[in-house]
Design a protein around this ligand. Sequence first.
Ligand SMILES: Nc1nc2c(ncn2[C@@H]2O[C@H](COP(=O)(O)OP(=O)(O)OP(=O)(O)O)[C@@H](O)[C@H]2O)c(=O)[nH]1
Length: 444
Amino acid sequence: MRIANLRVLFVDHSKVFRSVWERMVLHAGHEPLIATDGLSGLEILQNQAIDFICVSLSLPDIDGIRFTRQVRTLPRSREIPIVLLTSAQDNATRKRAFEAGVTDICPKTGIEDLFYRASRMAVHDNQVLSGRVLYVEDSKTVTKVMTRLLEGMGLEVDHYVSAAEAFNHFDVQRHDLVISDILVEGDMSGIALVGELRKQHPDKIRTPILAMSGMDDAIRRVELFRLGINDFITKPVIFEEAASRIRNLIVQKQLFDQVQQQRIQLYEMAMTDPLTGLYNRNSLAEFASKISSAANRHDMDLSVIVIDLDHFKEVNDSHGHLVGDQVLASVGASLLSACRQEDFAVRFGGEEMLLILPHCSLNDAADRAEQLRERIARLKPAGIPISASLGVAAKPPGRAIELQQLIRIADQAVYEAKASGRNQVVVHDTGPKADTDKRCSSAA
Ligand SMILES: Nc1nc2c(ncn2[C@@H]2O[C@H](COP(=O)(O)OP(=O)(O)OP(=O)(O)O)[C@@H](O)[C@H]2O)c(=O)[nH]1
């Protein structure tokens, strides 16, 4: 969340402290207004719009508490945070200060912390957010007030009178906040809505829920929090309170989304080979056992194709490493475009790549390998004719086999394809007639 430029009034009689404060406020990109005593501070307030006030307890004329009391009598001054600067620990003074309308009390020495707090507290409710709210309310009057508040905050509102209708239109990707009245008309109550939303999407932070009710019943509130709401507002709604609660929930949710997004990006970076765009070898360890166990448990088809470029060292030697990289990237893109949704394409080693094909029989994998061989031979990346040797292996029906073992068998088939002259496909059948059933296809 960006903190907007603030106009900060600082009232203190110490020259040194005033100049330190002024520099800090300027440094943070805000506007300092300085007063040496309480009365000149009040004069500034009468003539200028101020977002935040810091006032010392002891001033040459009126003290900080009297100053605060007078500020609070000025029109529209209720929302301005006032921090009283004092190291006084006695409870009587502190109590008097809060009764006068002070927002917080800080020692003068904690200026850095104070300034951070100043920025946080003066975040104005009129700072525009962006986001979408699913709003459930059956009272026309409350709906009008709340919609005006939400739209004024920059939020888009999907309003429903019934909880069931709202539930049907809830979209975890689109909605940044759910606000629901607890007693709404129709078969589904607001409480049931909270329960259903949390049942379907248990991650509480993902879409926060703010419950509203005219019944300020502590036991009901506890039940709602247990059910999964993130916050609660009692009706009639106090505008500033509602705006601050809504703002907190939305900002927190959007920050969480950002962190999640970054986590996914980091994960993808860690799992992807940057040159070819294929999964890298590390990622294989992540999903190999899941793929094997799913295939073995349900006895489904599972095939692998190992693809090894022929004489790739010569490409590097004759055209340079960068052109070699270009060739690898082009082959990687070609493999990816040949993949179905359920396939995994992995860069296995330098110029060795691997396709894992769930729900694909040995015969189909052999056909796809031959198509790939032809495709690679036609590719001519950077104008260079290339070819590949391919090995195919598949899980025999009715028999359990680990993916790593299939890869070893397909690797062996590649070795044989190389030995037989390269640019060809060797298929290893691991079925009952394994030793006798080895098929080859080639360009020749
Ligand atoms: N440009 C480039 N070359 C790489 C990369 N990774 C591995 N290589 C090269 O790939 C070549 C592989 O050579 P070899 O293992 O001898 O295989 P080959 O020349 O393809 O010969 P055969 O496999 O027997 O047909 C080596 O020269 C490696 O330096 C890479 O990321 N970029």
